[in-house]
Design a protein. Structure first.
Length: 230
């Protein structure tokens, strides 16, 4: 009888120790998760703060010129959008008009003056080109949707390359060339990212060039997660 009692007590102690160990492991796991969440929250808050501060600096630098340039600053995307392609380029070509060259002469050095204050936080400075849809040509059957997209892609890419080339070769900027070349890129999107007004696509407004600033917050999050996996 006493042996049975002893065996039963030993099993109870064993089960208790397993339960305690599992509880301890769960507590450690919860603490690790909390630590990761807090770290990611800190990175996210730093990104939001940086984004807002950079937007404020861009607004302070360019707000007096936006109406003259027919441009606007998008706070959500950290982009400066030039909205009148007829002022920017020769019709259906990638040649920059004198009016746009004069804008870039003024705009680009001042843009770099602002962003270089954040140079360790900048991932890319994107020159983005966007075209509109040739709606009437598509409806009349003279061109397909795909052909229209491909033509728009060729034009938008050519235009952003022209802007990039002019900025690098013909404007004066207060920063070494190597840093700029490591950050600046030219991308054409054709008609894939149109402007919408009240939920409807505004094709004339979709013809535009944007200078978009991408922060490196995604990289910081990936670096942190990679460090945690090791």
């Amino acid at each position: 009888m006493s042996n049975e009692i002893e065996e039963s007590g030993s099993a109870g102690d064993f089960n208790l120790s397993i339960s305690d160990m599992m509880s301890a492991l769960c507590a450690i796991f919860v603490l690790l998760c909390i630590g990761i969440i807090l770290q990611l929250k800190q990175i996210s808050e730093h990104y939001v703060t940086t984004k807002y501060t950079l937007y404020e600096d861009l607004s302070k630098e360019f707000s007096a010129d936006l109406d003259t340039w027919n441009a606007e600053i998008d706070a959500e995307n950290l982009s400066i959008r030039f909205k009148d392609p007829d002022v920017l380029f020769v019709m259906n070509k990638a040649d920059l008009r004198k009016s746009y060259k004069a804008i870039l002469d003024d705009f680009f050095p001042r843009l770099l003056k602002v962003v270089t204050n954040y140079e360790n936080l900048i991932e890319e400075i994107r020159i983005e080109g966007h075209s509109s849809e040739a709606t009437q040509r598509i409806k009349s059957g003279r061109i397909t949707e795909r052909q229209d997209y491909e033509e728009g892609m060729e034009l938008s890419q050519s235009r952003t390359r022209s802007v990039l080339s002019y900025c690098l070769n013909d404007t004066k900027y207060p920063k070494e060339d190597e840093w700029i070349r490591s950050k600046i890129v030219a991308i054409g999107y054709s008609k894939s990212r149109p402007v919408k007004v009240n939920g409807k696509i505004d094709w004339p407004a979709s013809r535009r060039v944007e200078f978009r600033i991408k922060l490196n917050s995604d990289n910081e999050i990936q670096k942190y997660l990679s460090k945690e996996e090791k």
